[in-house]
Write a protein that binds this ligand. Structure first.
Ligand code: NAD
Length: 429
């Protein structure tokens, strides 16, 4: 099928590339002309494991191309996927101006029947607004269907999540676009849930809020574990083996971040409020997440006593492993807070240093994870990159002014760290 994707970011580029891999003819559109030129020249604007190879392969075979013209994308496709940002507003609500803008552009470019698929994360009932907008701005009164198809991929695992999803959700107002949507996703061989459009939109916010709730639950338990000398990892394993609960998302840490959970949680609280329901449970999820970072910073300040002029090495800047994405990264937040206390920072991340440099200044960026420790009064692990487990701890202990390690991701064994001579503080252990 001929498909266009409007918005070629973390979601749009993965979606377009994977659809091409599944055998469709795809045009990825982005209003950022630099990004389009970069992609046309074979460059990659983001890091996502396996994506670059797949882009190259599908561009070479002619199944994937890039343009800055929405008109071109719309004219040359039967299905148009919207994957533009839906950032938070000051009041926690969702800025839908990007989605509205694209709906208008689609409306003015359509000359034949189109399926307009919303993949951006949007509040329930946005599909109705998109349909109204297209009707209003489409002068030639062309027929179309609006579909909601929320995306559940995880950055860092996006390609495999997209090609092998747990389920595909398709929200529709009529049966007309259903077969085409099934054909698009058919090669994934995933369960497809066809539902009304409002339910599809709600599924996305409900899912992300539940996942955030699960993280805050384990983080709250980590506080209880610390106070009672229990071990959060043992507790997580013990409850996670219950099939009704499940082990994923039960890793205690310094808190969640990223471009989705914080904003989707705020959005869902706001949406619920507008629908007359005070979702106090989700407000508590936010509060626990904020407290978790506060508690981690306090652990550092209590141990170092005076942070001013101490040198702290930070391992990890991305909001999670396997990505260069630093949007709402707890690691960046932590660095800003330590800088505010007067700390001098040395930092390393395998993929996110270039993006971090734009928002985090006054930091000495180091190109080798082992060298971060040199001359430091303390080391902090802020992102769960698997390679940090291979840190040369003997070397770190020798090169540090004081061997103090704050592990915000519980990567190391506490007893082993103490045997190595570290003062080791982790989460819930
Ligand atoms: P992103 O910022 O990485 O990418 C969005 C792209 O859209 C940018 O390249 C931007 O230049 C482009 N764009 C903006 N306005 C445009 C326009 N009018 N025409 C063409 N291009 C335009 O954002 P993202 O992380 O890919 O997120 C996109 C949507 O998907 C959001 O609603 C997000 O909540 C949702 N989502 C994200 C993830 C994730 O892990 N990042 C997962 C699921 C859902």
């Amino acid at each position: 099928m001929k498909i266009s994707i409007i918005g070629t970011g973390y979601v749009g580029l993965v979606t377009g590339t994977c659809f091409a891999e599944l055998g469709h003819q795809v045009i990825c559109v982005d209003c950022d002309e630099n990004k389009v030129r970069m992609l046309q020249a074979g460059g990659m604007p983001i890091y996502e494991p396996g994506l670059e190879e797949l882009v190259r392969k599908n561009v070479a075979s002619g199944g994937l191309r890039f343009t800055a013209s929405t008109k071109e994308g719309v004219e040359q496709s039967q299905a148009i996927f919207i994957a533009v940002p839906t950032p938070p507003l000051e009041d926690g609500g969702v800025d839908l101006s990007f989605v509205e803008g694209v709906a208008r552009e689609i409306a003015t470019s359509m000359t034949t029947y189109k399926i307009v698929v919303d993949k951006s994360t949007v509040p329930v009932r946005t599909g109705e607004k998109v349909a109204e907008t297209i009707k209003r701005y489409c002068k030639s009164k062309v027929e179309f269907d609006v579909v909601s198809n929320p995306e559940f991929l995880r950055e860092g695992f996006a390609v495999s999540d997209f090609l092998h999803p747990d389920r595909v959700v398709i929200g529709v107002t009529s049966q007309r676009p259903v077969q085409a949507m099934k054909d698009i996703y058919g090669p994934c061989e995933a369960p497809i849930i066809v539902t009304d459009i409002n339910s599809a939109e709600l599924i996305k916010h409900a899912a992300n809020s539940f996942l955030a709730l699960k993280i805050s639950y384990i983080n709250a338990l980590s506080v209880i574990c610390e106070q009672s000398k229990a071990n959060i990892q043992e507790v997580a394993n013990g409850i996670g083996m219950d099939a009704r609960i499940g082990r994923p998302f039960l890793d205690a840490s310094l808190g969640f971040g990223g471009s989705c959970f914080p904003k989707d949680l705020s959005a869902f609280i706001k949406i619920s409020e507008q629908l007359g329901y005070d979702f106090a449970l989700l407000k508590e999820v936010q509060k626990i997440n904020t407290h978790q970072m506060d508690r981690f910073v306090k652990k550092i300040t209590d141990t170092l006593w005076v942070v001013k002029d101490k040198t702290i090495g930070v391992l990890g800047l991305a909001f999670k492993q396997n990505t260069d994405d630093i949007r709402m990264s707890p690691a960046i937040d932590l660095c800003h807070r330590l800088q505010k206390e007067g700390a001098r920072l040395r930092a390393y991340d395998p993929k996110a240093m270039e993006k971090a440099r734009a928002v985090l200044t006054g930091v000495e960026y180091v190109n080798d994870m082992n060298e971060v420790a040199d001359g430091c009064d303390a080391l902090v692990i802020a992102t769960e990159w698997p390679e940090f487990k291979k840190l040369d701890l003997e070397r770190a202990r020798r090169k540090m002014t004081h061997p103090i390690l704050f592990d915000g991701r519980n990567l190391f064994d506490a007893a082993g760290m103490e045997r190595l001579g570290f003062i080791y503080k982790s989460i819930g252990r």
